[in-house]
Design a binder for this molecule. Structure first.
Ligand SMILES: Nc1ncnc2c1ncn2[C@@H]1O[C@H](COP(=O)(O)OP(=O)(O)OP(=O)(O)O)[C@@H](O)[C@H]1O
Ligand SMILES: [Mg+2]
Length: 393
């Protein structure tokens, strides 16, 4: 069993009159890979800065190993940070970039003339060499020490930034969107790499991203945030399979979210019809949000469908088709390997485990209809093209 290492207890943060963090309660276990995930402006970086000691919460406490550390400055915390803009020193070679933190740090040793006292000395040169070499090997850059920073690709520079943070042997590494500047392919490679490094070094990673796939791929625990509030904490599987509200369901992957009613345990109603499901524990006839993932829907001949609708859009995605279907004005996304042309009348079937039932929340009715699917898709494509334009590899 891992033990708790860091705890944020009722952390509240205000800038001027704006509430930035709204009573955050969170603990992080030793050696855990925990990710703060949420849209821009939701308070991820602020949370990280509070853990790193760069910012103090307006109220609430931060604990490290059971000790309150609100007033401990950043350099006295056993925490190191890798920022998105990792700013390597371009006048130093790679070895010196990684060695930098060791050179400016002094380490405590007992004073030979008075054993009760501690002296602070520089890290010996042989130790610096050994540790820098170790750190470079860890990020697969052995033998690169003498090269100039400017000769490296974006991905390699990112590795140097990680080596530079790890060489100090922090107990916790804070990473704020460290892969944000890399193109998609490189980002995916680095995700696997980072996870390997974390497991190999055996330290705690607190990772910030707004990319849900990245969060699901790497984390032991995902913390979904929105508007300064924690929406859900869980394993990637929990978050994907059992989203707590419409915000989480929408933010984590694609979801159709439909107004429904729980008639009784294991019977949900939508569109005036009853469907068997696996959920229970709601009041009789309680209004609910029903989540159906696009991959959990089977297309069947119209007469065999639990519901029938009309195909309004089809996009070929390589592995599958994205099909938009209009069910009485509410548009669903279906992901399927079976082609159905625009205009076709189709039936759909959903197995009982394809329904996920959520309590109504402040986010009900805001997400989960795919009427604006094409414009969202165009925007995504534009983002991707821009990212590729900026690629320096
Ligand atoms: N020093 C500051 N003064 C005033 N407002 C701030 C300050 N720092 C952050 N904020 C505000 O706090 C909110 C949360 O910011 P934060 O940087 O934590 O968001 P984030 O989740 O990291 O977003 P992003 O994904 O864009 O980096 C934002 O509305 C931001 O404008
Ligand atoms: Mg941020």
């Amino acid at each position: 069993m891992s033990k708790e290492l860091i705890r944020l207890s009722d952390c509240f943060m205000k800038f001027d009159d704006d509430v930035i963090l709204d009573h955050i309660n969170l603990y992080i276990n030793d050696k855990e890979f925990l990710t703060l995930l949420g849209p821009s402006g939701c308070g991820k970086t602020t949370t990280l800065r509070i853990i790193g000691g760069f910012q103090k919460p307006t109220s609430g406490d931060v604990f490290f190993d059971g000790v309150r550390i609100n007033d401990v400055p950043p350099h006295k915390r056993k925490v190191n940070t890798v920022f998105q803009k990792y700013a390597l020193f371009s006048h130093m070679n790679i070895f010196e970039n990684v060695a930098f933190g060791l050179r400016i740090n002094k380490v405590p040793v007992p004073d030979p003339s008075d054993p009760k006292r501690t002296r602070y000395v520089k890290v010996p040169e042989e130790e610096i060499k050994r540790r820098v070499d170790e750190a470079l090997a860890l990020v697969n850059l052995s033998g690169y020490g003498r090269r100039s920073v400017n000769s490296l690709s974006g991905g390699q520079q990112q590795r140097v930034a990680i080596a530079r943070a790890i060489v100090n042997r922090p107990q916790v590494l804070l990473l704020d969107e460290p892969l944000g500047a890399l193109d998609l392919k490189l980002r995916k490679d680095m995700q696997i790499e980072l996870k390997r490094i974390q497991q190999q070094v055996g330290i705690t990673f607190i990772y910030v991203t707004h990319d849900q796939e990245e969060a699901l791929t790497m984390s032991d625990t995902v913390v979904v945030m929105n508007e300064g509030k924690i929406q859900q904490i869980g394993t990637p599987e929990d978050i994907y399979n059992e989203p707590k509200n419409a915000f989480v369901a929408d933010f984590i992957g694609e979801s159709n979210i439909i107004d429904g009613v729980m008639h009784e345990d294991r019977v949900v109603g939508m569109y005036g019809k009853k469907f068997p499901c696996l959920d229970g524990g709601f009041a009789p006839n309680e209004p609910v949000d029903v989540v159906i993932r696009p991959e959990d829907i089977d297309i069947v001949p119209e007469e065999q469908g639990q519901l029938t609708g009309t195909v309004t859009e089809v996009t070929f995605k390589g592995m599958h088709y994205d099909i938009i279907v209009d069910f009485r004005g509410f548009k669903w996304l279906i992901q399927t390997t079976d082609f159905s042309p625009v205009g076709a009348r189709i039936g759909v079937k959903i197995d009982p485990d394809g329904f996920h039932i959520m309590k109504k929340s402040a986010y009900s009715g805001m997400f989960g209809d795919y009427s604006s699917y094409s414009s969202e898709y165009d925007e995504l494509n534009e983002d991707r093209l821009e990212a590729e334009d900026g690629d320096e590899e």
